[in-house]
Design a protein around this ligand. Sequence first.
Ligand code: NAP
Length: 264
Amino acid sequence: MQVFGLIGNPVGHSVSPPMHEAAYEACGMDARYVTFEPEPGSIDRVMDGADALGIAGLNVTIPFKQDVAAAVETDPLAERIGAVNTVAFDDGPTGHNTDAAGVVRALEYHGVALSGQAVVIGAGGAGRAAAFALADAGMDVHIANRTVERAETLAAAVPGAGFGGLDELEPALSDADLLVNATSVGMESNETPVPKAALHADLAVLDAVYAPLRTRLLTDAAEVGATTVKGAWMLLFQGVEAFEIWTGRDAPVDAMNEALRNAL
Ligand code: NAP
């Protein structure tokens, strides 16, 4: 039996176990996906232990994404993002960042063209993944963050990117083709990081926040005629990408999506 898993703290409410186990069942794999809550500061031992035990793959969530990036060899994209959410153990632990692919694949799945101007709000882990992914896809990226210095630091690393504060969102969005909310604003609340007046019908809006499924930002965006993509799609496709890295086969996307929807 293969064992995959998730490390984070807390991980009790994670929807990754049912999503990944649905994939194993659909593919006829003898595999399980389990959750672990290691102690802070224990990541080197966790990686060695998982490798020694023959764990096939690990996902990584808050607060360990940066710690794991520092502890293992990383692929070039995860290195640039500075955060790892997926570890493969084929030949020693190797870190990947599938949040970036989650952004791109969720948008592509909904027919959103990855060209023109993108505004990414947030400069934490999700914001970094989105900014690099969209710039690599060929978009002009503007990064807006509450703490402007973090946006500036990220913009310096992302090819061609500009930056600003959240108070400068309206002019940045007026000519934009895509908006990605990668802040936690709207998580389990009815708040939005973007004034509705700044949204327009020529915009596609991806909200990384997935609880609630339809955030106020997405409701406002739909009301002005924008294309909307829920954070659950990003969550699905980061898992799809992880499954494909671990197994080398195409993921059963529909089965994973159905399990995810039932779990959210
Ligand atoms: P993080 O590293 O802690 O970054 C949080 C970001 O939110 C920072 O840019 C922070 O700005 C900003 N922020 C927090 N509170 C704010 C407020 N009240 N007003 C304005 N900005 C605020 O978190 P993360 O890992 O990037 O995650 C961000 C969100 O994305 C979370 O809701 C997470 O669940 C979601 N996410 C979703 C997926 C998915 O697959 N759908 C994947 C990863 C993350 P400062 O820099 O100023 O603090």
